[in-house]
Write a protein that binds this ligand. Structure first.
Ligand code: ADP
Ligand code: MG
Length: 343
């Protein structure tokens, strides 16, 4: 088996080495690992098992910590470049891990980062919790391949609840995700769904808590809210969080319909067509003919106000009946069954 990132420096800087055990929080029953990681590790301690992804910002591989048995498997995301974007991703991960020290506490709704190594050219390599069912984009494609539509409402309500809890965590730490979509929601055979990929995230609170205006134009076009198409689009904390809420609304619609909800079924999604539909058209919504509950319709409409000031906040959405009145047990079971069926 090939050693991961052969070009990597054998030594990570001390503060970048994995330095503490994963500590499952009392309120996080789906805590991610029981392995004791309280040892100093290097990139060269990991063997590559398989490729997991190759996207705009980096390559992702499944890796195993040598000599630790089959349970010590992770995802290793290595940035293509050592540039500002990669550093923002690392900084966002540090912010998200706020609490009891570096990498010390994590939300059960955000893919956990255990450590950041440095490759020879300075590119960060992020050691992540492995999500063994891949992305919800993959789950959706598998359902389509079987002639099924998207997720049924109970499973979808569970996904929405988890995304909202993850977003609440990010926003409380001054991080706007800005690229929420099915491909950036990762699933596990246990039925977890967690937010990943901070490659276009922005940090809207400075170190002393000061509010910043951040650029928000970058992201995946189909999930951009209308105001993000403005030339040189920037937003303060409230606006950056509202951008995530719009993307959540589009994501929920897509997961329900099983296709991009911005354009008519079958139409090729060019940048121009998407921009026109998002900026000039009506806010996306469920077709009248869709068999959807009033709660789901209301939830989506609350996310997808074209005016960001009228969009619901994450806190309001957490109290929305679509999420708050779901039967948690039944929803979790259905979501887990669907994820496992598609693996
Ligand atoms: P990019 O910025 O290139 O989109 P991502 O962080 O979204 O990078 O990773 C790309 C893909 O790699 C994901 O869509 C997913 O399929 C896979 N991947 C990323 N992180 C993990 C992980 N922790 N566990 C399993 N698969 C992952
Ligand atoms: Mg991604």
């Amino acid at each position: 088996m090939a050693t991961v990132a052969a070009a990597a420096s054998p030594f990570a800087a001390p503060h970048e080495m994995m330095a503490r055990a994963a500590r499952p929080a009392a309120a996080a029953p789906e805590a991610t690992t029981t392995m004791d990681l309280g040892q100093v590790l290097r990139l060269s301690d990991f063997d590559k098992i398989a490729d997991l992804g190759d996207g705009a910002s980096g390559v992702v591989a499944k890796v195993r910590l040598r000599g630790c048995g089959s349970s010590a498997v992770f995802a290793l995301k290595t940035a293509h470049y050592c540039d500002g974007g990669a550093e923002v991703e690392v900084e966002a991960l540090r912010r998200v891990a706020a609490g009891a020290g570096p990498w010390g506490s994590w939300s059960p709704h955000v893919v956990r980062c255990h450590a950041v190594f440095r490759c020879a050219g300075g590119e960060p390599a992020m050691l992540l919790e492995l999500m063994d069912a891949g992305s919800l984009g993959r789950v959706l494609a598998a359902l389509r391949g079987e002639g099924r539509r998207g997720l049924p409402e109970p499973a979808l309500a569970e996904v929405a609840a988890r995304c909202l809890a993850g977003l609440a965590h990010l926003h409380s730490r001054g991080v706007a995700h800005l690229d929420l979509k099915p491909d950036n929601l990762l699933a596990s055979a246990r039925g977890d769904v967690k937010i990943c990929d901070f490659s276009v995230s922005r940090i809207f609170l400075g170190g002393a808590g000061e509010r910043r205006r951040v650029p928000v134009a970058a992201g995946s076009t189909a999930y951009l809210s209308p105001e993000r198409f403005e030339p040189n689009a920037h937003a303060g904390p409230r606006g950056a969080c509202a951008a995530d809420v719009w993307a959540l609304g589009v994501t929920v619609l897509e997961l329900f319909l099983g296709r991009c909800p911005i354009l008519p079924a079958g139409e090729r999604p060019s940048w121009e067509r998407l921009k026109k539909a998002i900026c000039d058209g009506e806010a996306p919504s469920l077709p009248a003919s869709a068999a959807a509950s009033a709660e789901l319709r209301g939830f989506v409409a609350s996310c997808l106000h074209k005016d960001p000031r009228r969009r619901a906040t994450v806190a309001q959405l957490l109290a929305h009946p679509f999420v708050a009145r779901r039967d948690g047990e039944a929803c979790r079971r259905q979501l887990r069954e669907i994820i496992v069926e598609t693996m």
